[in-house]
Design a protein around this ligand. Sequence first.
Ligand code: UDP
Ligand code: MG
Length: 333
Amino acid sequence: MAPKPILWIVIPCYNEEKVLPITAPMFLDKLAALTDAGKISPRSRVLFVNDGSRDATWEIIRSLAAKDERFIGISQSRNRGHQNAVLAGLMEAMDKCDITISIDCDGQDDINAMDRMVDEYLAGCEVVYGVRSKRETDTFFKRFTAEGFYKLMKLLGAEIVFNHADYRLVSTRVLKEFAGFEEVNIFLRGMFPMVGFKSATVYYERAERLAGESHYPLRKMLALAFDGITSLSVRPLSIITGIGVFFSLLGLIAAVWAVVMAIQGNTVAGWASTVCLVCIIGGIQLISTGVIGQYLGKTYMETKRRPRYIISERTWEKTGRRWLEGSEGEDKE
Ligand code: UDP
Ligand code: MG
């Protein structure tokens, strides 16, 4: 039998004791259905990442793992936030499977989109983004702020997929390249497009949380937005330089105007020289701040030590997909 890719579904969980007992069997059913359809290996797994929950989440995960070998779990020593929990799961999965799908544990992301994600992968894509086609179940406020966030990110130079959160299929081949991005402040949905490789999008409708409460109040959403912008782009610094140049020019014009006024004798003594100084010095200061900012931005980007190039294909390799080439995929434990 031809080898089939091993899939690990990676699910971050933080204080989810209410919803986990409902959604866990749904994930397992999906895994079984994909296996029965012959799309993935029977060695596929559902990996829960406990993000330092203070309720019974970890106990639930442990008992799930005891009941069915396809359920497995890891627990973080403390709460580190959604992004870090997903990262922990992906890094754990990296050497043990061929594809990962990250998804929230609250049932909001449509599990049925996984079939299409796997199809896209089998058709040659390495990254498949789950994109929300509608946000009708979100409140107007959440929808407005979330969509505004995507637009602002684009404006400020961050390349992200519109309305894509962290429901995403990523091959371990891409994960291995992604592991070269060593930055500490991570914003996954903006980083995967940077890694490149063939990608696709799959649309799904976002549903309501099946139980429990959201962990993303406005405060956390704003923090995530700010993190996203500042970790992906230094464009705000260029904007400062731009504003500096604009005001310097304005200052220069104002200076000429002040001199003309002074010559015409329309002003009190000392006015023209004061206005000239204020305008020009103000502009020069903004430009200087901007220039310092540009260097700072470069240093910032350098400190991330991101890979400078990533190879996606080589002529002497058949597909670049190890599991297709030999028994390796099937042999994994
Ligand atoms: N989550 C996490 N750590 C946190 C906050 C959230 O692992 O500190 C998980 C949570 O269990 C869920 C996912 O991240 O699986 C998304 O969180 P939530 O549903 O609360 O966010 P929303 O869908 O409301 O944006
Ligand atoms: Mg949710």
